[in-house]
Ligand binder design. Structure first.
Ligand code: SF4
Length: 676
């Protein structure tokens, strides 16, 4: 392991670690500790792409570690569900209670009546799919499809390219054209921004495709304020243009791709005129975009996650990822696409779990949590074990989730760092360590990096690491033995490629493959079985309701005409750190939509549809396209007037591919709330 000064001794030390939060960048961190307490978090230099600085969100992380919302000891509910009153108990009492309830539920309803609920976006390789998976697999609980994010883009990327490694931040300055599609790096992935600046200073053009004129869109050479849910037709119109105008790279496609004719046929109906009408753009904008893309080399498309959160999201991602193949943009540094680099290390997901097979129990899609808790009956969910997740804030159809959590016969365990919206509804609360109090392994999915997350300080209060808690429960249930988190760390490291594990433990980070910056179709090729790009994979085509690249119409109605989107913000990482957000949430609305509704900036408003209503303040904002309103992702219930957030208005319908969440398919009406 890398040498660090002991953080828990009196004095002053700086400990090198890494940020595992759900952000592509995976910063190296230098954490300054005085007298056993963190006084500063700053950037370090092990990940060269993050250039020694970090975001404002994580600079505030010590406020989470020591904040008043921190969970410090185990507790059991003493009032009514949701009252938020708890009695302190010992760890032994809490774990005994949980183990006995698991056994009782299994006896009465079968083990499938236990639903573990987690989403490890902000966790590394150690704190999810290790001791937790061992426990729940061996017990035979229901399984969870963790598809709230990245499932549609992941399915598309897997289907077309087998998740081939992609263009990393460092290579953006080589590009002559950069397309930011459904992504705002200024809010999520800030370390791309200086590389964009460098590229532009060297003459690169920038195109931003986003319903909002973000700060980067305002600086761009071209901004396409696309209607939410219509990115697919924009991409198909570009494909049609490439094929019809003879500008498709036929030689490349003949050698490296299958499914070309199917994609061509699907794109054929999307003339610029038709795509413009559906997407709310001008024909001239589409023509100009196509010309700029065709004529620039190297050209890179940064495909984001904003475009996946609707009924067409998977097909949209597939059509966008297919563009560099059809236009012949691979084979040069700075050309191709960026999506997720999570597979670049060749680390098989949870290889350390191979000796405990997954049971064949039912799979619950996490986006359907509300229905699982209120409608499932074969068996009903009788025990919910929440960890690494705050579903009452982050899942769609919030009112249904709330109704489920309020069930008096549901036994809910919440294993958390702070008192989240979900924690309020727990029967048993378990305090979890944060990433500065335990070990983990952080894998970046923007820059290619793998870093050791160090235990910087002793756990605050009685907080414990995941591995120790889940293995202790396994022991109580006769399914395994309790272990220290370092035992788990060694087990995971042993399953990494040997040179990677050794280097990681020796120096705290591993040397990335391909020098950290692969050139697509020079250094890396599709990881599909035949090493080809599959532009029309049959499995995707069969699973999409309208077939692959099939467009599904906008769900708006006369009653609910406005598209509500919930983009990432500069305040939280998903909902993590939401306890530190003090200001009330604000709905952004174009003045053209506000005027007929008689609304002015700072007015309190009702935002509503058939699923619920949210009360908040409105801000008039010409930077959001008319017909679309926006409220930040990750807002907690305390940040609105009535305790409902945008997720109360989001349907629990699923994306066309991957079973993802359709957050941006919420269609709403907005009206004045009167004085508040
Ligand atoms: S959230 Fe992202 S930008 Fe912020 S410190 Fe973590 S990795 Fe870096």
């Amino acid at each position: 392991m890398p040498r660090t000064s002991r953080p828990d001794t009196w004095g002053h030390s700086t400990v090198r670690t890494a940020c595992p939060l759900d952000c592509p960048d995976s910063c190296t961190l230098d954490v300054t500790v005085e007298k056993g307490r963190i006084v500063k978090m700053d950037g370090g230099d092990a990940n060269p792409a993050t250039r020694n600085y970090i975001c404002a969100k994580v600079r505030r992380f010590p406020d989470r570690v020591y904040g008043e919302d921190r969970l410090l000891y185990p507790a059991v509910r003493k009032g009514r569900k949701g009252d938020g009153t708890f009695t302190r108990v010992s760890w032994d009492e809490a774990l005994d209670l949980i183990a006995s309830r698991m056994e009782a539920v299994r006896t009465e309803h079968t083990a499938e009546a236990v639903l573990p609920f987690c989403y490890g976006g902000s966790n590394g390789l150690l704190t999810q799919d290790t001791a937790d998976a061992a426990l729940f697999r061996a017990f035979g609980t229901s399984r969870l499809a963790r598809t709230v994010c990245a499932a549609p883009t992941g399915a598309a990327n897997q289907g077309l390219y087998g998740k081939m490694p992609c263009v990393t931040y460092q290579d953006y300055p080589h590009a002559r054209l950069i397309v930011l599609w459904g992504v705002n790096p200024a809010a999520s992935g800030i370390h791309l921004v200086p590389f964009l600046k460098q590229a532009r200073e060297a003459g690169a053009k920038l195109i931003v495709i986003d319903p909002r004129a973000t700060s980067l869109a305002r600086q761009a050479d071209m901004h396409l304020p696309v209607k939410p849910g219509t990115d697919l037709v924009v991409a198909l119109a570009i494909h049609r243009y490439l094929f019809e105008s003879g500008k498709a790279d036929d030689l490349f496609l003949a050698e490296h791709a299958t499914g070309v004719n199917d994609l061509r046929a699907r794109a054929a109906e999307w003339t610029f005129e038709r795509a413009a009408q559906v997407s709310g753009l001008d024909v001239s904008q589409l023509e100009q975009f196509a010309e700029m893309y065709v004529s620039a080399s190297p050209a890179v498309v940064r495909c984001g996650w904003g475009l996946e959160r609707n009924r067409n999201g998977g097909s949209a991602a597939a059509a966008i990822l297919a563009l560099p193949a059809v236009a012949g943009k691979f084979g040069v540094r700075g050309g191709g696409f960026s999506m997720s680099n999570s597979t670049a290390w060749g680390i098989k997901a949870a290889a350390w779990m191979d000796d405990i097979p997954e049971p064949t129990t039912r799979i619950v899609n996490m986006n359907k949590l509300g229905r699982a808790l209120t409608e499932f009956d074969a068996p009903p969910v009788q025990m919910l074990f929440v960890y690494n997740c705050n579903p009452l804030t982050t899942m769609p159809d919030q009112n249904r989730v709330l109704k489920g959590l309020q069930r008096e016969d549901l036994f809910t365990v919440v294993f958390e760092q702070v008192f989240t919206d979900t924690a309020r509804y727990a029967d048993v609360l378990l305090p979890a360590t944060t990433f500065v109090e335990h070990y983990d392994i952080a894998k970046g999915y923007g820059p290619i990096s793998l870093q050791l997350v160090q235990r910087v300080i002793e756990p605050v209060g009685e907080a414990r690491p995941n591995a120790e808690v889940f293995s202790a429960l396994s022991e109580r249930l006769g399914l395994g033995r309790a272990e220290e988190e370092t035992d788990t760390l060694m087990r995971v490291v042993a399953k990494l490629p040997p040179h990677v594990g050794a280097e990681l433990m020796e120096s705290g980070s591993a040397t990335p493959p391909y020098g950290g910056a692969p050139i697509q179709f020079v250094d890396v090729y599709p990881l599909t079985d035949d090493r080809k790009i599959h532009l029309f994979p049959d499995a995707l085509h069969q699973s999409a309701p309208a077939g692959l690249y099939g467009f599904q119409q906008d769900p708006s109605t006369e009653q609910y005409p406005l598209a509500l989107i919930s983009p990432a913000s500069e305040k939280t990482v998903s909902s993590t750190l939401g306890e530190l957000r003090e200001r009330a949430a604000v709905l952004h609305m174009n003045p053209a939509d506000a005027e007929p509704r008689g609304l002015a900036s700072e007015d309190p408003v009702r935002v509503f549809n058939e699923l619920g209503e949210m009360h908040c303040q409105v801000a008039l904002d010409k930077d959001i396209r008319p017909g679309t309103v926006s409220l930040a992702k990750g807002v907690w219930r305390k940040n609105t007037y009535n305790g409902s957030t945008s997720n109360a208005l989001c349907p629990d319908t699923l994306t066309d591919l991957g079973g993802g969440a359709c957050f941006n398919d919420a269609r709403v009406q907005v009206a004045s709330l009167g004085r508040h």
